[in-house]
Design a binder for this molecule. Sequence first.
Ligand code: ADP
Ligand code: MG
Length: 470
Amino acid sequence: MMMEAGEAAVHAAWGDSLELLRAARAETSVRPDERMAGDDGALRSSPPPERYRLGPVIGVGGTATVYAAEQLALQRQVAIKVSSSAHRREAFRAEAVTIAELEHPNIVPVYDAGADWLVMKRIRGRNLEQLLSEGAIGLVEAVEALVKVCDAVAYAHSRGIIHRDIKPDNILIGDYGEVLLTDWGLAVAIEEGVESRPRTQRLGEVTAVTAGTPSYMAPEVALGDRTRIGRATDVFLIGATLYRCLAGRPPFTAASALDAVVQAAWNQHTPLSALRPDAPPLLLAVVERAMATDPVERPRVIDVQDRLKRWLHQSRGEAEARRLLAFADEAMASAQRTERPEDTYARYGEALSLLERASVLAPDDPRIAQRSRECLQRFMLAAAAAGETGLARLLRRGVRPPVVGPEDERIVAQIAELQRERIHLLDRLETMQRRLDDERTRLAALRRLRWLAVIGAAVGGLLVGWWLAG
Ligand SMILES: Nc1ncnc2c1ncn2[C@@H]1O[C@H](COP(=O)(O)OP(=O)(O)O)[C@@H](O)[C@H]1O
Ligand SMILES: [Mg+2]
């Protein structure tokens, strides 16, 4: 029922472009504000051969082919985007002047342009979609890239320009980690601040606003609601891009572009939390808020960026905390192996300070709290076993949260038991020492007796000798 109503609304919004949509696959860019097929025999222009030597194709998009090329005068490698349609001339010129207007480290710079072609800096690397589908990029790196995309988008927004086609295919990641948002072919100036940019096409002028990539499309675009298209539309696309990074597929995945647009019109995507319940809660919340159906409810780009940065900070902290936890485990193991109490204390002390640092970095990690307790308890028992009852009791007070109930009673009993064992041992040692001393005295007495006997015998012998001689 809802789907039918959605379809009717989409039919009304897309009008003549519906035929185009029916033929298109969901993932491709469909730009009905320009008809796609070059069927009127209009003249096509190409980059002048005396200035550029065209090389191999390095990318194919929904509307254009990108070639590697050499700029002969400067003997450098460039990328040349050539339109697939003679009808896209105006849009192509608009794309070139828009990029020229937007000078930013995360926006691909344009060097030159003609009617159907534009020359850009060549980025050696891959686009985010390629990296994701090859499994060649981790979540942290993908989010780091999105933080930079947010920089580019926030800058464009500050100039009154919206991109309208943000998706992984349009995010280039260079071999040296540089991130560039490309494909400004659908970028338009939104009403305010238009005076400063007479050459960029305006939202109010484009014949149809239903343009973009169906599998990522914002509801207001799918419904052709011109009044609601704006900065928040780009925010939806950033959210949908993050959705794709986490879910492994874009939000609207119907087999045909038309069905995907109907899904988009009603924002009918499977909640990310259902597809990836294990995903970081902070990122799930970013996707959910950025992909709100009502553009008014979506955060600003800088708020999205702030959240992404916060997650990056948190996940770096968690990684460092895991490292510290591993070191603490080693210190605890070595504390158990050492024999001299002062070495044992030093190792437990080291483990405790590592765990303290780890808990600052990852306050919510239950393993750190658990390990800290274990460490304090072992330290406490080692101190008790060495007869340092005062230290043992002090450590017991430091266990957080404090051990209570039967477990605490068991620990107290254990300290007392260890203390008794020690006293017993000391007693036995003392008895043994006493026995040893007695033994020594007896031995000395015996030795003295032996000497007396020897001397006695010698003196006796002498006396007998004298008597016999006398
Ligand atoms: N400056 C560039 N350097 C290297 N590759 C590029 C460059 N610009 C685009 N590409 C590649 O070409 C593909 C298509 O370019 P794009 O501008 O997105 O065309 P379309 O408007 O048809 O989608 C991109 O997804 C990317 O992989
Ligand atoms: Mg593209």
